[in-house]
Structures are given as structure tokens and as C-alpha cells.
Design a protein around this ligand. Structure first.
Ligand code: FAD
Length: 496
């Protein structure tokens, strides 16, 4: 650049900075210096022209990140530290227009496309090697309309953001049990948690979405507008586009609930699990109880239950006291709690520090046979943490017809999970093999699986898992995403 142009541009920058004091809030411009190697959705290597990538960068209000920067390394990370993928490009989208531009680019270049909200997909469905990642991290905001009892939640928000804002008005909606999970991924797959038995799945509380489809168009989908698309996104995972905004129904609820965990020695595990099986079968909708076994190196192993009672206070002791009598507790953390604090009580301070692997399946109850299988194979190990638990579903979830939304598993009383985690420095291969063989003994006690938990499944298993809703989902996939641009999910394959 010659001296005159340099002085002019520096002057222009100085004037801009004084005239537009918020300019620092706008993204720093990305300079693309070279062509970029990438892959298509079908895994074919392609070269993206420098000028085309520069145009994408210039079209964003957020940032386009390329390998080599600290921001890129931070953005590519997901919860499961074992997933170490390197997208060719990361579009950090600041709004629906950015998402549309990134989707248009991915479609035009036929690129492998990942969409990341909270990054909690343990199988790593929100990232990819050599594709384009749409990172919704900048798209985090929650607006509550207390009068109409509606929350407007941007597509990159975390559950904790939503709970924090809505509870301020004494209002809530169903969310999962760990606050740094993404609203996007959790909701689109179904979404259960401490209040699902009272208020239904997260999708049962969605009144509308704004969604950028594979054609790059932003649509509003609700019962009145684009109702078929509205049906499909509620349980169809990320198959139909990028949701930039959710509208949730809210419910009044007291901030104080009875919640927390209680633990028992391993020697009492059989009795505690038997108690859990009987007790949970008659639980009212106001009572949520997870129950299971866990083992952590250095901490030992045991049986536990984790509860949230959000019903009338004068009934609380009636429902909580028997839980304390299930054995001789070694820890009792159940008490009056702030609901938002309870929702954060299983968070981890550095949630991206450990590798993880899981298997899961829905159950229609807790049977003695399932308990026997869990206890027979449960094997603590000094290198890995192991948890096996029945996460509570049932209640209001089961009172919605299976065809009312794309989520077909309305019979689910529990999600049975077996989950391992380990420090990243160890080789997990033997542990994963062990979990698979353990799961082979538990799977016969399950019926169908939760799309949000799925690791590797064959296409046939996935199709079958959408049950009676599969054919309608394929029809809608053909209409809204015939090229299967949105494939990094529990994929509904188009048939055309
Ligand atoms: P991401 O990894 O960011 O995304 C997951 C999938 O959703 C990807 O396919 C992604 O492309 C898609 N996606 C995400 N956001 C959007 C969007 N805005 N538009 C379109 N597609 C999108 N599930 C429950 O139901 N209840 C629980 O209590 C619960 N607890 C959990 C606790 C932990 C610690 C973990 C790891 C998982 C838990 N889950 C729970 C499972 C959870 O629902 C899934 O992991 C879910 O995918 C997380 O969403 P995310 O946005 O964080 O994930």
C-alpha cells in the first residue's frame, strides 16, 4: 500500500472509530490469503477459491475463522474432548442473515456442513473435518414476555441462559439437567429434564421457530404457518435447517423446589435399585427421580437417586421421606433449592476436559431383569468413570400422541444411559469396547433410542427408530432438504 493510501485508510479508520464508537462490537474482518481445501458432504476433496471464501467472510456480521488462530481452536472444540475435528471454515453467525449466507455458501460449494449450538452432542455431530461449521455461539439471547408467558430464545443459547431469564418472572419451561447444554440440539431432538413430567418435552412447549432452510430462506414455522415444517422440527433433530429462534410457552412455577441427590453404599445397590423401580412407577408428575449406579476413580462407587419435586409444599415430605429410607445414605443433598441452582448442580467447571462415550435406550419401566443386568455387568475401573442410570421421562410426555410431533417415543418412562468418561491422555479404545459389551446386556431391556444420544447407528437402525413417523419425515426432507445438506445429525435420508 502506498503512503498516501495508508494515511487515508488510517485516517478513515480513526474517523470511523470516533464516529462509530461501537465499531469494536462488529467482527474484525477476516483476510483470506489462499484457496482453502475442504470436503463435500459425500467426502470428495474440493478446493474453495480464495475469492469465494473472502466473499463469505465479507458477507458476515460475525467472523469467519480459518485454521491457525486461537479463536478457531476455541470455536472448533465441543464438549467431548475425544472429538478433535478441524473444520475448513467456521462461520460464527451473529444473526439469521449470517446463517443464511453460510448455508448458501455450503450449498453452492456442496460442502459438508456442521451446525453447533452447545456442542454437547457426545458423538460430535456439531463439528466435522474439512467442512464448514456454522457456530451459533454468538447467537445467544433470551427475551421473556411475562404477560403472554412466552420466551424468545436465540438458536445458539444454552439452557442456563433460558432458565435464568424466565425464572426471574417466576416462569419456566422444560429444559435438560445440565445448564451448559445447548437449547438448539436438546430441543430439536425432543428435550426432557426435571420438568418434562409436568410440562411435557421441550418440543411440546415450542410454539414457533424461525429456521433457515437448505435453500437459505428464513421461514417462520408454527401451527398456523408452515405447519408441516413445524411438525418435523419437533423431534426431527437438525435435519430441516438451522433454527435461529425458538418461541417457548412458559409456565408459572415457584422458584423454590425440593431437589438434590442422595447416595448409598454399593453394598445396598440392589435394594436401592429395587426401591427405585417400585417407587418411580407411582411417582406423580410433580416428582422427577433419576436413579442409578456410578463409579469414579478416587471416589469409589455406589447407588444414587437425584430428585426434583416441584409440587405443593405440603405434599413434599410425603414424597421425599421414603427416598431417604431406601437404605443408609452416605450422602444426602436433598433439600429446598432454588430451581436455577438445581439446574446448574451437575455442571462441570471445565466441561471440555474429558473424553466420553455413551449408549442409551428408552424403557417402559424399571424391571427386575434390567436391574439384574445392570448389577451383573457393572465394573468399576481405576482409569474411567462409569455411570448407568434411568433418566426419568413419563408423565406429560406420554400424554401426547406419537404422531403429534416427529418425536415418536411417547411410551418412554425412562432413558437408560450407560456413560463412560476418562481423562483425555489415556487411550480409551478398550474402555469403549468394554462399554459396548456391557451395553449388549442392557439393550434388550430398552425400546428405541433418543436421537440426541445416538453414537454410530446404521441408517437402517436410524430409519426404524423414527417408527411410524419415518415416512412423513422422509417426505418433508425431500421437500425441504433434498440434497441432504443437513446430514450431521441422526439423519433422515431424502429418497430423491
Ligand atoms: P450440539 O452438539 O451443538 O448439536 C447437536 C445436534 O443438534 C447437531 O446435529 C446440531 O447440528 C444440531 N443443532 C444444534 N443447534 C441447532 C440449531 N439451532 N438448529 C439446527 N440444528 C441444531 N438431553 C435431554 O433431553 N435432557 C437432558 O437432561 C440431557 N442432559 C445432557 C447432559 C449432558 C452432560 C450431555 C452431554 C447431554 C445431555 N442431553 C440431554 C443430550 C442432549 O440433548 C444432546 O447432547 C443435544 O444434542 C445437545 O444439544 P447442543 O445444542 O448442546 O448440541
Amino acid at each position: 500500500m502506498d503512503r498516501r493510501r495508508f494515511v487515508q485508510s488510517t485516517l478513515a479508520a480513526a474517523i470511523a472509530a470516533s464516529v462509530f464508537p461501537h465499531r469494536g462490537l462488529l467482527a474484525a474482518l477476516t483476510r483470506v490469503d489462499a484457496d482453502v481445501n475442504a470436503v463435500t458432504g459425500d467426502g470428495v476433496e474440493v478446493t474453495l477459491k480464495r475469492t469465494a471464501v473472502q466473499e463469505l467472510a465479507d458477507s458476515l456480521r460475525g467472523r469467519l475463522l480459518l485454521p491457525g488462530s486461537e479463536a478457531y481452536d476455541d470455536a472448533r472444540r465441543v464438549l467431548n474432548a475425544e472429538i478433535d475435528k478441524h473444520p475448513a471454515l467456521i462461520a460464527q453467525c451473529a444473526g439469521a442473515a449470517d446463517v443464511a449466507n453460510a448455508v448458501d455458501f455450503a450449498r453452492a460449494e456442496n460442502l459438508l456442513l456442521a451446525v453447533k449450538c452447545g456442542g454437547h452432542s457426545l458423538s460430535g455431530k456439531s463439528t466435522c473435518d474439512k467442512g464448514l461449521m456454522i457456530d451459533l455461539t454468538p447467537l445467544r439471547s433470551v427475551r421473556v414476555d411475562p404477560r403472554r408467558r412466552i420466551a424468545y430464545v436465540s438458536g445458539g443459547s444454552l439452557l442456563g441462559h433460558m432458565d435464568h431469564e424466565t425464572m426471574e418472572y417466576g416462569l419456566v419451561t422444560t429444559a435438560g439437567t445440565v445448564s451448559h447444554t445447548g437449547v438448539g440440539g436438546l430441543t430439536l431432538g425432543g428435550g426432557f429434564g426435571r420438568l418434562a413430567r409436568k410440562f411435557g418435552l421441550a418440543i411440546d412447549n415450542v410454539r414457533a421457530v424461525d429456521i433457515v432452510g437448505a435453500d437459505g430462506k428464513l421461514r417462520h414455522a408454527s401451527a398456523e404457518e408452515n405447519p408441516e415444517l413445524f411438525w418435523a422440527v419437533r423431534g426431527g433433530g437438525g435435519n430441516f435447517g438451522v433454527v435461529t429462534n425458538f418461541e417457548f410457552h412458559l409456565h408459572p412455577m415457584e422458584r423454590q423446589v425440593i431437589g438434590g441427590a442422595i447416595a448409598f453404599p454399593m453394598s445396598e445397590a440392589r435394594e436401592v435399585m429395587k426401591f427405585f423401580a417400585d417407587y418411580v412407577a407411582d411417582a406423580p408428575d410433580d416428582l422427577y427421580i433419576d436413579g442409578g449406579l456410578s463409579s469414579r476413580p478416587g471416589e469409589g462407587e455406589g447407588a444414587w437417586m437425584s430428585v426434583c419435586y416441584a409440587g405443593p409444599k405440603n405434599q413434599a415430605n410425603k414424597w421425599i421421606d421414603p427416598i431417604r429410607q431406601a437404605g443408609k445414605p452416605v450422602f444426602d443433598g436433598i433439600g429446598v433449592m432454588d430451581y436455577v441452582a438445581l439446574q446448574k448442580s451437575s455442571d462441570v467447571s471445565d466441561p471440555r476436559a474429558r473424553g466420553a462415550y455413551m449408549k442409551s435406550g428408552f424403557t417402559t419401566g424399571v424391571t427386575q431383569e434390567a436391574i439384574d443386568a445392570i448389577l451383573a455387568g457393572f465394573e468399576p475401573h481405576p482409569e474411567r468413570a462409569l455411570g448407568v442410570a434411568f433418566a426419568h421421562v413419563g408423565g406429560a410426555v406420554t400424554r401426547v400422541p406419537a404422531e403429534a410431533t416427529a418425536f415418536p417415543h411417547r411410551y418412554a418412562q425412562h432413558d437408560l444411559l450407560a456413560i463412560l468418561d476418562w481423562p483425555v491422555e489415556i487411550d480409551p479404545e478398550d474402555h469403549i469396547a468394554w462399554l459396548k459389551s456391557y451395553w449388549a446386556t442392557l439393550e434388550p431391556h430398552t425400546r428405541g433410542f433418543y436421537v440426541n444420544d445416538a453414537f454410530v447407528q446404521s441408517q437402517q437402525q436410524i430409519d426404524k427408530n423414527y417408527l411410524q413417523n419415518h415416512a412423513r419425515l422422509v417426505e418433508l426432507k425431500n421437500k425441504y432438504d433434498p440434497g441432504n445438506l443437513f446430514r450431521l445429525n441422526t439423519n433422515v435420508r431424502p429418497s430423491i
